[in-house]
Design a protein around this ligand. Structure first.
Ligand code: NAP
Length: 350
């Protein structure tokens, strides 16, 4: 099969690097275009990027010249990993020019006609694309987004429980890795031996995105899921992997065995379709009381699985547990890649 050409906007950043790494041997997609800011334009990828991953830069990418972040000359499938202020300006330009924009940024996530998707949870929301103004021109561009890196792990753990028992209330306290802040991100003097109990706009994003993701497609709009939710977000001195302490109350009461069984048997369309980046088991329940831990568990399922553990009774709500997911893989580049694979399987990338 001839591979589909794809481009990466924001290719030099932390998420852009993950895209390059995850696409190196991808069976369907091939990176043929990379772009970043005008500071990088015209330089080779190897010169412009401060490569932060343990694998080497793929040879073909290392030599690639960074293009200007403009749609002229770009391929028709674009993975976007831009800061949200820049994304708000650039992503619509690429969609207008006929590109499928598969975005990581928060800029358009909550726009009513833009799908916010986790393929195992709400793949049907992709249908919102059909109502987008960009789509309804001869050029047929569109924008699809994936959620914030801390919402993804949480929602993967909540979705099977919401389906079986209906959520009534959710409290989430995050311990988020430094790679979640991009590069260079948080200064070492701020974070070493420290915890920062504030991440700008993160709590609001977690709350509104969780409810959109677990919401219902109703014609051309999403009716958000209705339950009480509170999030508190902290930055901690961990390299990769967001850990979250969660408490929930369910409308239909469930035992620990029933909850664990919902997690263990949870699979969805990406697994049925055997999408190349889909983890075999999206939610892995760990029995040991001190797991999951970011150092040992965030690479499970090639970084695409969410690990859950420590299910126990909560003195305030019904149940509490710990969730862990890899923020730059399942929480960013891998999330967008799985969205692209689902779009291709549904013939949106023809
Ligand atoms: P980052 O490391 O700061 O990278 C930002 C990228 O944007 C770089 O490639 C940079 O290029 C490029 N850029 C900056 N200004 C630009 C401009 N005016 N025009 C075109 N490109 C420009 O950030 P990141 O962590 O990769 O995050 C990227 C996006 O993904 C953000 O919206 C972030 O919120 C989201 N996200 C991140 C994570 C995570 O875990 N890190 C998770 C989920 C979502 P230069 O190298 O040329 O400056």
């Amino acid at each position: 099969m001839k591979k589909l050409s794809v481009g990466i906007l924001g290719a030099t950043g932390i998420v852009g690097q993950r895209f390059i790494q995850m696409l190196e041997h991808h069976p369907w997609f091939e990176v043929t275009w990379v772009a970043a800011s005008d500071r990088s334009e015209g330089r080779s990828y190897a010169e412009a990027a401060r490569w932060r991953l343990k694998t080497s830069i793929p040879d073909a990418t290392a030599k690639m010249k960074l293009s200007a972040a403009r749609p002229e000359g770009a391929p028709k499938v674009i993975f976007a990993a831009l800061d949200s202020a820049i994304a708000r300006e650039l992503e619509p330009q690429f969609a207008e020019a006929g590109c499928a924009v598969i975005s990581n940024s928060s800029a358009l996530r909550m726009q009513a006609d833009v799908p916010l998707v986790i393929p195992e949870v709400n793949g049907d929301h992709i249908a919102l694309i059909d109502g987008q103004s960009w789509r309804n021109t001869s050029k047929k561009g569109f924008v699809v987004t994936n959620p914030n890196c801390s919402a993804i792990g949480l929602v993967l753990a909540l979705a099977p429980l919401h389906r079986a028992f209906t959520l009534d209330a959710v409290m989430a306290v995050t311990m988020q890795a430094v790679s979640g802040a991009g590069y260079p991100g948080v200064a070492s003097l701020d974070i070493l031996a420290n915890v920062i109990p504030y991440i700008a706009s993160e709590e609001e994003k977690m709350q509104e995105e969780t409810q959109k993701l677990l919401g219902t497609l109703n014609g051309s709009r999403i009716d958000p899921a209705v339950f009480a939710m509170s999030a508190q977000c902290n930055r901690v001195a961990v390299e990769d992997g967001h850990t979250e302490s969660i408490s929930i109350r369910l409308k239909k009461k469930a035992s620990a065995e029933e909850i664990i069984s919902e997690w263990r048997r949870f699979t969805a369309e990406p697994q049925r379709l055997r999408l190349p980046s889909a983890p075999e088991q999206p939610v892995i329940y760990m029995e040991a009381p001190d797991r999951p831990q970011p150092r040992f568990d965030c690479d499970k399922g090639n970084g695409m699985a969410t690990s859950v553990g420590g299910l126990r009774k909560c003195g305030v709500l019904d149940w509490k547990f710990t969730v862990l997911s890899h923020n730059t893989i399942r929480g960013a580049a891998g999330a967008a890649l799985l969205n692209a694979e689902l779009l291709k399987a549904k013939a949106y990338l023809e």
